[in-house]
Design a protein around this ligand. Structure first.
Ligand SMILES: Nc1nc2c(c(=O)[nH]1)N[C@H]1C(S)=C(S)[C@@H](COP(=O)(O)OP(=O)(O)OC[C@H]3O[C@@H](n4cnc5c(=O)[nH]c(N)nc54)[C@H](O)[C@@H]3O)O[C@H]1N2
Ligand SMILES: Nc1nc2c(c(=O)[nH]1)N[C@H]1C(S)=C(S)[C@@H](COP(=O)(O)OP(=O)(O)OC[C@H]3O[C@@H](n4cnc5c(=O)[nH]c(N)nc54)[C@H](O)[C@@H]3O)O[C@H]1N2
Ligand code: SF4
Ligand SMILES: [Mo]
Length: 703
């Protein structure tokens, strides 16, 4: 048997590292970093080897499953043919939609959708026939505030300013831990060395986080902040920039308006007002504001910790206003826009906000999706528009959305549920039919979702490593097949389904580098990827606002200032604040079934400061009960001075001890689900994003 080398992108996180995979026969022999990849330069993390483990996992489903309820009321899963699985799914969806109206269909799409380009290019094949208001996704437990800020300021939900770390002098980072996450809305493989290089050229990384994280260890400066108070800190920074006359929008001045109005509206939010709540001294805040404003090139960036909290929308808007006011938007070494080879900004809708609202709680849609925190009530509350059938794709909302227990119970009330997923897990166990796609190594790959967020313009296409086994279907083929079956049932013409690479090839040729000959065949000749250069200033041309202006005085976040002011004029409550935690060997809820990633110390523990443990009589390593409005759970506590007093931290994505799942290794490392504590009512009221950070909890020694 001959050995073969394959060049391949790792699709597991946003860093999109280039890999060299050696195979022999049907086996993966080795997985290494690809030194010739222009973006990742050979970097990989310990998760890359999981590509082999996912592919070989005996628990990974290879055939469609159908739930069968026995005479004794017990359930079992039968393997069925693709014909039966697809026919039944299409028929049930159409029946329910025709009987109860289209809003009786619910859709939830999870995070790996964005890491699997065929799911992005082909979901429309099915969903164009299911134009329900009840669409949900992981976006509203994640980056929704980034989209909103981009829509408001730049006119398109996907126009994300990307920290140009390799050329910056000063980096103010809030609520992100790229050393564990490898970067998010910021495709920045090898981030540790890039931070080191920043410091070596006498630049500075200032990190604001309630935990002294892996990233804090390499930062120049770290400051604890009370969870959920970042808006006060950001306002204080911006306020200082205005009041000390440090605002200089430089090249942006010609196409921004409304900055003065913002300066006026925030004048009461001083560093002194913030200090009482954030825990960051007024003098420190002023110094940071001055350093940032006076640096030749500076970045302000915030991620999960400032998005999935009560002021996510306000935070992300303020972050961009700081970049704008200091002239660091669209400037080398600041936050810049990419010009990706397949240009999503040109190809997809800009997004919209609040054009309809959820039936039960009246929460606003964003980009035709409702907040995931509203999903359970839309299933359980009777009336017109109640969700009776649910399609989930690449998602595990039972573990990843607030009050997961509540959703867990709600899913049982559905009349029909189908899951496009390779695993029988906490969510898909509620399905009537599970449709498992091919393994990632069995289909080709293009990073449609992440070249657009990368610190350099690059493009790369990876061929499939293995030929899919007979009788298997890719995610995109499943969407195509289902879409056509639904079309026929609706009396419409089925459409030919072209493979996603054809769409990419067309996108490359029509894209910004098409006139330089970029095409799929060119990428195939360069399997490590093609470098299209560093990010370039692109404004105002790339703005998608109607008049190519940036209107800084966005009414919605300005109105939200009053909510903030009111909350922080009231006294404190005395409860602890729960935040999350990521680890480089884990990835959301689905990376716990691979022995080499979960072996060793149990990582699903509650971090707590000794000063909070002493008065509660809690000992290091003991079990504690953590309780919130929605529930309580028992978990082992780990004393740590790396966590701010008053704050506790528990990772999400665990809780694999539920009956009926088929993930053997994960069950043995079950842990508890942090989202059995997070609250579906705790939202950023502005955006509808889930506030999974800063959840009020009490902790007591377990009895
Ligand atoms: N408390 C708390 N909650 C959080 C977070 C947090 O920090 N704290 N983080 C939030 C964030 S940022 C996110 S993105 C969400 C994630 O939330 P989800 O996207 O709902 O959950 P994942 O854990 O990513 O589950 C991915 C599912 O996709 C399946 N899958 C993997 N690859 C493929 C594929 O190629 N095709 C298909 N069809 N299926 C596939 C897996 O088997 C798994 O069932 O969780 C959010 N929830
Ligand atoms: N290894 C690994 N990598 C991943 C993932 C994973 O699960 N594991 N998930 C992927 C996904 S889907 C995403 S979205 C990204 C997320 O990428 P990041 O946002 O970089 O990762 P997090 O670890 O969630 O970082 C959030 C930080 O915010 C802090 N924080 C919590 N609350 C607050 C607050 O109120 N204020 C401030 N200032 N900070 C706060 C937390 O302590 C934490 O350090 O990671 C991606 N990469
Ligand atoms: S950092 Fe790790 S998981 Fe992320 S793309 Fe690179 S190798 Fe894959
Ligand atoms: Mo995410």
């Amino acid at each position: 048997m001959s050995r073969q080398r394959h060049f391949r992108a790792c699709h597991l996180c946003e860093a999109i590292c280039g890999l060299v995979i050696e195979t022999e026969g049907g086996q993966v022999i080795s997985i290494k970093g690809d030194k010739h990849d222009p973006l990742s330069r050979g970097h990989i993390c310990p998760k890359a080897v999981a590509l082999k483990d996912i592919h070989e996992d005996p628990d990974r489903l290879r055939r469609p499953l159908k739930k069968v309820v026995g005479a004794d009321g017990g359930t079992r899963w039968d393997e069925i043919s693709w014909e039966e699985a697809l026919d039944t799914t299409a028929r049930r969806l159409v029946e329910i939609a025709q009987r109860d109206g289209i809003n009786a269909i619910g859709i939830y799409l999870g995070n790996p959708t964005v890491h699997n380009y065929g799911m992005m290019t082909h979901q429309g094949n099915l969903f164009r026939h299911l134009r329900t208001n009840n669409r949900f996704s992981a976006t509203s437990v994640d980056q929704l505030p980034h989209h909103l800020a981009s829509l408001w300021l730049f006119g398109h939900k996907s126009l994300f300013p990307i920290p140009d770390i390799d050329r910056t002098d000063y980096f103010l980072m809030l609520g992100a831990n790229p050393l564990a996450s490898n970067g998010s809305i910021w495709t920045v493989p090898d981030v540790k060395n890039r931070i080191k290089a920043l410091k070596a050229r006498h630049g500075k990384l200032v990190l604001i986080d309630p935990r002294y994280t892996e990233t804090a260890e390499v930062a120049s400066e770290h400051h604890f902040i009370t969870p959920g108070t970042d808006a006060l800190f950001l306002l204080a920074v911006l306020n200082t920039i205005f009041s000390e006359d440090l605002a200089r929008p430089r090249q942006l001045a010609a196409f921004i308006t409304g900055l003065e109005e913002v300066a006026q509206a925030i004048s009461r939010f001083t560093p002194e007002f913030a200090e009482d709540h954030t825990g960051i001294g007024a003098a420190t805040t002023r110094r940071i504001a001055r350093e940032l404003a006076q640096a030749e090139a500076a970045i302000c960036y915030g991620r999960m910790g400032v998005s999935t909290q009560a002021y996510g929308g306000l935070n992300q808007w303020l972050i961009q206003l700081i970049n704008i006011a200091t002239g660091n938007l669209d400037r080398p070494g600041g936050s810049m826009f990419t010009l990706p080879a397949v240009d999503q900004v040109a190809n997809i809708s800009p997004g919209g906000f609040g054009r309809h609202h959820s039936r039960v709680r009246g929460l606003p849609e964003f980009d035709r999706e409702l907040p995931a925190a509203a999903m359970a009530e839309e299933i359980t509350t009777p009336g017109e528009g109640q969700v009776r059938a649910l399609f989930t794709g690449a998602g595990n909302p039972v573990l990843s959305t607030p009050n997961g227990r509540n959703l867990d119970a709600a899913l049982e009330q559905l009349e029909f549920m189908v899951s496009l997923d390779p695993y029988l897990n906490e969510t898909t166990r509620h399905a009537d039919i599970i449709l498992p796609p091919t393994s990632p190594l069995e289909h080709d790959h293009y990073d449609l979702g992440f070249h657009i967020n990368a610190i350099r313009n690059t493009a790369r296409h990876s061929e499939a490593v293995f030929t899919p086994p007979p009788g298997s279907l890719h995610d995109w083929e499943i969407f195509g097949e289902l879409g056509n079956r639904v079309a026929v049932l609706l009396g419409l013409q089925p459409q030919p389904v072209q493979p996603p690479w054809k769409i990419i090839d067309a996108g490359l040729q029509a894209g910004p580098y098409g006139d330089q000959g970029l095409s799929l065949s060119k990428l195939r000749e360069n399997p490590s990827g093609i470098d299209l250069g560093p990010l370039q200033p692109l404004l105002p041309g790339r703005l998608r606002t109607r008049d190519k202006m940036i209107r800084c005085n966005t009414p919605e976040p300005l109105a939200d200032l009053e909510r903030l002011r009111q909350e922080f004029t009231h006294p404190h409550h005395g409860l602890l604040k729960l935040i999350g935690r990521r680890h480089v060997r884990s990835n959301n809820s689905w990376m716990h079934n691979y022995h080499r990633l979960v072996k060793g110390r149990n990582r699903c523990s509650l971090l707590m400061h000794p000063d909070d443990m002493l008065p509660r009589d809690i000992e290091d390593g003991a079990d504690v009960t953590v309780s919130s409005r929605v529930g309580s759970l028992r978990v082992r506590v780990e004393a740590s001075r790396d966590i701010m007093p008053g704050v506790v931290s528990l990772p999400h994505g665990y809780g694999h001890n539920r009956p009926g799942i088929r993930m053997d290794v994960a069950r043995k490392h079950a842990g508890v689900s942090c989202n059995d504590l997070t609250d579906e009512l705790a939202l950023d009221q502005l955006s509808g994003n889930a506030a999974v950070n800063g959840v009020l909890v009490s902790v007591a020694a377990a009895i």
